[in-house]
Design a binder for this molecule. Structure first.
Ligand SMILES: Nc1ncnc2c1ncn2[C@@H]1O[C@H](COP(=O)(O)OP(=O)(O)O)[C@@H](O)[C@H]1O
Ligand SMILES: [Mg+2]
Length: 199
């Protein structure tokens, strides 16, 4: 049984707490804080993506379940910057006034790549929002956006994934939602030139 403690805590979301894996530096462990079906729906979708051989270029990898002192948990890739710190959500960057417009621009330059990736691989992210996407600094000149949460298998219709139009419509809606959320951030409203990255 794996032992977790509060020193390993990375962050808490609405449903889950995320801890650093005590033994493997590139992994994190997520535990449900309240009873919910999101984790089950997420794992179902992860399994589908793995079965379909989908690229995980911009999604944190999933490594399976594990038992901890805090209960059953799920193991994922921990997204870290090259300096060793855990990568921050884009929302954190946008809310923190110590980052310059150029810093924010650096992040937004990746938005079109994320869009291309999701559409090309036909990945539907139910909760695509600035809190569920982190900005990873891979080295001084390379970075990427990574989705760390918000995937969920759809029970909407048994033919959902077979009918391209239906899936595309859902991807379109979640993408529009994501862009609108970004456009409503104070930093974007105050710097309209940044809007050119948001489409
Ligand atoms: N793979 C990861 N790499 C880095 N940080 C992460 C990762 N997964 C989660 N986190 C951090 O932990 C927070 C909560 O995890 P999350 O999976 O989003 O929980 P919830 O389902 O409750 O929203 C995230 O908002 C993020 O700050
Ligand atoms: Mg979350």
């Amino acid at each position: 049984m794996l032992k977790l403690n509060e020193d390993l805590l990375v962050n808490k979301g609405t449903n889950r707490a995320c801890y650093k894996h005590p033994l493997e530096h590139n992994k994190c462990i997520k535990i449900d804080l309240i009873e919910n079906n999101e984790t089950k729906r997420e794992l179902k979708y992860y399994k589908k993506l793995i079965k379909d051989n989908t690229s995980f270029k911009m999604i944190s990898h999933y490594y399976g379940s594990i038992i901890t002192n805090l209960g059953k948990a799920e193991v994922f890739e921990l997204i870290k910057d090259y300096d060793g710190s855990v990568s921050k959500e884009i929302d954190q960057y946008m809310l923190d006034s110590s980052y310059s417009i150029e810093d924010i621009e650096e992040i937004l330059k990746n938005i079109s790549l994320l869009k291309k990736y999701l559409y090309e691989n036909k990945i539907y992210v139910k909760d695509l929002n600035p809190v569920n996407v982190v900005f990873q600094k891979i080295n001084t000149s390379t970075n990427r956006l990574v989705i760390i949460d918000g995937l969920a298998h759809s029970n909407y219709n048994p033919f959902f994934y077979k009918i391209d139009n239906l899936l595309l419509k859902k991807i379109n809606n979640s993408w529009k939602d994501f862009i609108n959320k970004l456009k409503n951030k104070q930093i974007i409203i105050l710097n309209p030139k940044l809007q050119k990255y948001l489409f």
